[in-house]
Ligand binder design. Structure first.
Ligand code: ZN
Ligand code: ZN
Length: 407
């Protein structure tokens, strides 16, 4: 039974990934992503009968990680089609969605690392990889003696050992790999999370004031970076409500506090109502803003969701000689609300260094993956510079527009 690959969407673009693999008897989908920049109100759902409409013809959907450009269309999928997703990834996605008052709209069967799942005559093995989404997987797909590795989104700069990952990967017939960073130039090099942590420690040692890390709660590895830096500099680690919700869902064993703004200020009613959520069982003890900000030896994790409330409390406190680590992509600094927040912190006396690294592989890392799995065919996806892969054309076939390719 021949195994065929069809990139439905997301080959020569970043995001919106939908990949189909099929034989005569089995059809599976890897990721059902929303296009980047789209929202719940404006979503383009591709015309795929049997997946989004009509009679279901797909036997399973496998989700590599919880970013919306990989699972954002799950709610449009025909409900009869089973969804498979990593346990931790699902927990974090569920917590994020619930916190924002939404619903994920699907219930997956859980994938465990390196435990193969067989659907008809196709077997899928989830392989843990590092990315800016926690609990991400690559997928090794095999059928009829042929093997395909789908890298999904990955990087070598996280805490997990990339060499050890390469050792676990077999040689494959086809590599479907991301190339997100390639359009940023060949000299593009990203620091590792460990380097970020060391930089944060050095910076915190040079500033005695209270400090804040502004991050996306989805980026669990960055929360860990901040936590480690706080421990190494003997600061109390305090999380806002969303960060703590995610840390709990990810199962992070932190000696940390959740900020629970005090009830004593009438204008903090809004904070109290948005931060309770009935989660009395949080593993992290609550600390009131008065107590938290009473002495400057803390590092506070803040997400965009708590900025307004934080500002109300911060302007009553001293932020002399403090640090605001900007732990998101620099392009976020241009957003008016973010720019206003940075200006506000600077007016309180904070310095504002960035504390960020990409969630994606640089060109050197992609080279290492290719040399390790020695594919006969490379199918670049999730990239705006597929032509970068032309350098491999002497060694293997590169498919830039993949429709029903037979492995
Ligand atoms: Zn992606
Ligand atoms: Zn991603």
């Amino acid at each position: 039974m021949a195994l065929k690959i069809n990139i439905i969407r997301g080959q020569n673009q970043i995001g919106g990934s939908i990949i189909e693999l099929y034989t005569d008897s089995t059809r599976i989908i890897l990721d059902v992503g929303m296009n980047l920049g789209e929202s719940k109100l404006h979503t383009s759902v591709p015309d795929v009968p049997g997946l989004f409409k009509g009679y279901p013809i797909y036997d399973a959907i496998f989700v590599s990680h919880y970013h919306s450009d990989h699972m954002g269309l799950l709610k449009y999928v025909l409900p009869e089609i089973p969804v498979y997703m990593g346990r931790t990834a699902y927990r974090v996605a569920h917590a994020l969605s619930k916190h924002q008052g939404g619903k994920l709209g699907f219930r997956p069967a859980f994938l465990d690392a390196e435990k193969p799942v067989t659907i008809g005559d196709i077997t899928v093995t989830p392989i843990p990889c590092d990315h800016s989404a926690y609990g991400s997987f690559m997928f090794l797909v095999s059928s009829g003696g042929k093997t395909v590795l789908y890298s999904a989104d990955f990087r070598s700069t996280g805490r997990s050992d990339f060499d050890a990952l390469l050792e676990t990967l077999p040689e494959v017939d086809v590599l479907i790999t991301e190339g997100t960073t390639l359009s940023r130039g060949l000299d593009f090099h990203e620091p590792s999370e460990q380097e970020l942590e060391d930089f944060a420690v050095e910076t915190l040692r040079a500033h005695k004031g209270p400090s804040v890390v502004y991050l996306s709660a989805q980026n669990v590895e960055r929360i860990i970076t901040a936590y480690n830096a706080s421990k190494r500099t003997n600061r109390r680690f305090i999380m806002d409500d969303l960060t703590s919700t995610v840390a709990e869902a990810a199962g992070l064993d932190f000696d940390a506090y959740v900020l629970r703004p005090s009830h004593s200020f009438a204008d903090l009613g809004e904070i109290v109502s948005t931060s309770m959520h009935g989660r009395e069982s949080s593993p992290y003890p609550a600390v009131s803003d008065k107590k938290a900000f009473g002495s400057p030896d803390f590092l506070l994790c803040l997400t965009p969701q708590s900025l307004i409330n934080f500002r109300k409390v911060a302007q009553r406190s001293s932020f002399k000689d403090s640090v605001l680590f900007f732990a998101r992509r620099e392009t976020h600094m241009l957003k008016p609300a973010t720019a206003a927040f940075i200006a506000f912190m600077e007016s309180l006396g904070a310095v504002v260094p960035t504390l960020h690294t990409s969630g994606h592989a640089d060109s050197n890392t992609i080279d290492r993956l290719i040399r390790d799995v020695r594919p006969s065919v490379i199918i670049p996806v999730h990239t705006e510079l597929a032509s970068w892969f032309a350098r491999y054309e002497d060694e293997c076939e590169v498919i830039y527009d993949c429709h029903d390719y037979e492995v």
